[in-house]
Design a binder for this molecule. Structure first.
Ligand SMILES: Nc1ncnc2c1ncn2[C@@H]1O[C@H](COP(=O)(O)OP(=O)(O)OP(=O)(O)O)[C@@H](O)[C@H]1O
Ligand SMILES: [Mg+2]
Length: 256
């Protein structure tokens, strides 16, 4: 069964690092989706999207929009669903031995006939069926929930920092998901590296959530990020990597 995970949380908590490290331990093949306007996931995984000429979904939509404006009227009204699927597959899917990746991107025009999120939501169920696991790296903030990139996910992992705002953020994730009808099994909490072990006690009894563990501070994670080196190359004894493995195992995922 194809599984879909969403990783969310406030800005800079460690969402993308968690996604990259989760990819290290979960079953393959994996589809990783970078839905963050920052587009930093590829770099964390050593994926050079420029070298492979991989485009974002937004770029492809923009190009189609620009071309359609110049096309004769009868072509402009042509149904685009199949054409889009083909173009996205050919231009946007980064492929590697263990994971494939799609980047949502940021470029779209007002008056564009559809939003990149809508496209992703439309193609995702069929696409995700080809993978053991799909992991979505969400942007900070909650607007992406409103826009519903996915309707149905298995688990949401909220990466938290030790702030009152982070707690409020988790409450809002629950509220907005219920309001807009995002269906999920579990809302898992992960304490980021800024939590002390004692501070994590506060995460144990938050209604509707399950606290799984802490991703401790790991100087290598920071250093690799700064050097643009893939987190997939972290040493086997990396504390952050081992912690993520543990967290996923507690959530019932088969890990290696
Ligand atoms: N366990 C850790 N130990 C040390 N540094 C970490 C750890 N996890 C994340 N970091 C560092 O924290 C910073 C933010 O991490 P990351 O980019 O994963 O966060 P994010 O939530 O995806 O941020 P954004 O909201 O900007 O997308 C990075 O410099 C990263 O290297
Ligand atoms: Mg990020």
């Amino acid at each position: 069964m194809a599984t879909t995970i969403v990783v969310t949380g406030r800005g800079g908590t460690g969402k993308s690092s968690f996604v990259a490290l989760a990819g290290r331990h979960l079953d393959t093949p994996q589809l990783l989706i970078d839905a963050d306007p920052d587009q930093s996931l590829a770099a964390l995984l050593g994926a050079d999207l420029t070298a492979t000429d991989t485009k974002t979904i937004s770029d492809v939509l923009y190009d189609i929009q620009a071309a359609a404006k110049k096309a004769p009227a009868d072509l402009r009204t042509m149904p685009l669903a199949e054409k889009l699927k083909y173009l996205l597959h050919m231009n946007c899917l980064y492929e590697s031995a263990t994971f494939d990746m799609l980047v949502l991107g940021v470029k779209w025009t007002t008056g564009c006939y559809c939003h990149p999120n809508d496209i992703l939501r439309a193609i995702l169920p069929e696409l995700a069926a080809n993978y053991a696991i799909t992991i979505i790296d969400s942007p900070a903030g909650l607007e992406h929930l409103n826009r519903r990139i996915v309707r149905k996910v298995d688990d949401i992992f909220a990466v938290m920092d030790p702030s009152a705002k982070s707690l409020r953020n988790v409450e809002r994730i629950r509220e907005i998901s219920a309001q807009v009808g995002i269906d999920f099994q579990n809302l898992y909490l992960v304490a980021n590296y800024r939590f002390s072990e004692e501070q994590t006690d506060s995460l144990a009894n938050i209604p509707g959530t399950t606290y799984l563990g802490r991703m401790p501070h790991d100087p290598d994670v920071e250093a690799y990020d700064r050097a643009g080196q893939s987190l997939l190359e972290l040493p086997a004894d990396s504390v952050a990597s081992a912690a993520v493995r543990d967290i996923l195992s507690k959530a019932g995922y088969s890990v290696h």
